[in-house]
Write a protein that binds this ligand. Structure first.
Ligand SMILES: C[S@@+](CC[C@H](N)C(=O)[O-])C[C@H]1O[C@@H](n2cnc3c(N)ncnc32)[C@H](O)[C@@H]1O
Length: 385
């Protein structure tokens, strides 16, 4: 058993920990934007293939104090890289800085690479090469103040790249964030799921994959560990066949968007994710959308302000609030927005509030329980209207 680390987005640590427990990881411990756990090689493959809310699964190699890049170079050169890379391999180094001692992640990556290739050159006269796009081995450096952690990145490309999104539309959500929003909502796949303003369809596709119990990585072409020296294809094949979620084939997922190009992109992405025809997709404004449903969970990600001035945005959010109050009594709704001012124009009292990040944009993720009484708005005289 080795310590492993799954990294994630701010606010998704708890749902990632639950996912890890579900797949049988041991000693699951929540950290900042990451969850550590214990596992063997099979668990490392399993975490990459099955998790929906992890960005990367790292295999820690060493950790040491380092005051500057030269300290890092010396410590890196001492590590037994020949156990994990050959001279013909291609490497890439990614550095994450959480430190005031270091200014340039690129310079740290450069010195790490120097330490590795100098070790090889001095011992064999030959050295591995660098390939930032398609390496056999990604090395992850995390500098927290003066503590340097060195890990092997078993994921390769970030795990949000599921492989089903061939058609992006404006401002698509990161797939890890979309899955995290659904898991945070506690959606029960036997209940209807509504995704108005669906854009390219990330939320409804992630919901469909959860309902069908399909692993997060099912459509990926490759994972970093498949290019490692110790890769065991039969072991990975057996892990690809494992399932951890109940399968709900009769799920009800409805999605819509006002824009035709958005619907076209969503349709294409539904096709690549094997969900075309299983999710009801309509071109409609949220204000006029009629699903015929009487209950369900709504998750939506309205525009935050790009291309809309503040007054239009306030009006849009007022309309969303009015529509929720008028047409969705008996439903529950979660709204993600990067514009806290606009969110106030929903004029609904959130029952829960979470902070999330959509890329660099700090967002609020609010829950509204639209029970019959929530429509009553108290006016200044104290009378209800
Ligand atoms: C931030 S994007 C959603 C992105 C989506 N979550 C994804 O992953 O692609 C907001 C979407 O709201 C849609 N939209 C804006 N106003 C709308 C309205 N009144 N009714 C329905 N859709 C609307 C836009 O066309 C756009 O696709």
């Amino acid at each position: 058993m080795k310590e492993l680390l799954a990294t994630t987005l701010f606010g998704l640590e708890d749902v990632l920990a639950e996912e890890l427990e579900l797949i049988g990881a041991k000693s699951v411990t929540v950290q900042n934007r990451a969850v550590s756990f214990e596992g063997d090689k099979a668990m490392m493959y399993r975490a990459n293939f099955h998790l929906r809310t992890a960005l990367r699964v790292l295999k820690p190699m060493d950790s040491f104090p380092a005051r500057n890049e030269d300290d890092i170079y010396k410590a890196i050169k001492e590590l037994e890289w020949e156990k994990v890379i050959g001279v013909h391999d291609l490497i890439a180094v990614d550095t994450v800085l959480v430190s005031d001692e270091y200014r340039h992640s690129g310079f740290v990556s450069q010195r790490v690479k120097d330490g590795i290739v100098d070790r090889f050159r001095e011992r064999t006269g030959r050295r591995p090469s660098v390939d930032l796009k398609n390496p056999n081995l990604r090395i992850n450096i995390h500098l927290n103040d003066t503590r340097c952690s060195v890990s092997l990145d078993s994921s390769g490309d970030s795990l949000h790249k599921r492989g089903y999104r061939t058609q992006p539309f404006k401002a698509p959500l990161n797939e890890v964030l979309a899955a995290g929003m659904i898991l945070l909502s506690g959606w029960d796949p036997t209940k209807p799921f509504l995704n108005p303003m669906c854009g390219s369809g990330t939320l409804c596709i992630e919901a469909g994959l959860i309902a069908k119990g399909v692993p997060g990585g099912i459509y990926r072409n490759s994972f970093g560990f498949q290019a490692w020296k110790d890769y065991e294809p039969e072991l990975f094949e057996s892990i690809r066949r494992e399932r951890f979620l109940e399968v709900h084939d009769d799920f009800q997922i409805h999605a819509s968007d006002i824009s035709f190009p958005a619907i076209r992109a969503a349709q294409q992405n539904l096709a690549t994710s094997g969900l075309l025809g299983k999710i009801k997709l309509e071109k409609s404004s949220f204000q006029k959308w009629d699903t015929g449903l009487k209950e369900g969970l709504i998750i939506m990600n309205p525009p935050y302000g790009e291309r809309l001035d503040d007054s239009n945005l306030d009006e849009l959010y007022r309309d969303i609030g009015d529509t929720l109050k008028r047409d969705y009594t008996g439903f529950q709704a979660w709204v993600l927005s990067g514009n806290p001012q606009a969110l106030k124009h929903l004029a609904l009292k959130p029952g829960k509030k979470k902070a999330l990040f959509n890329g660099p944009i700090q967002c609020k993720y609010h829950f509204y329980d639209l029970y019959a009484g929530s429509r009553k708005i108290v006016n200044k005289t104290g009378n209800q209207k």
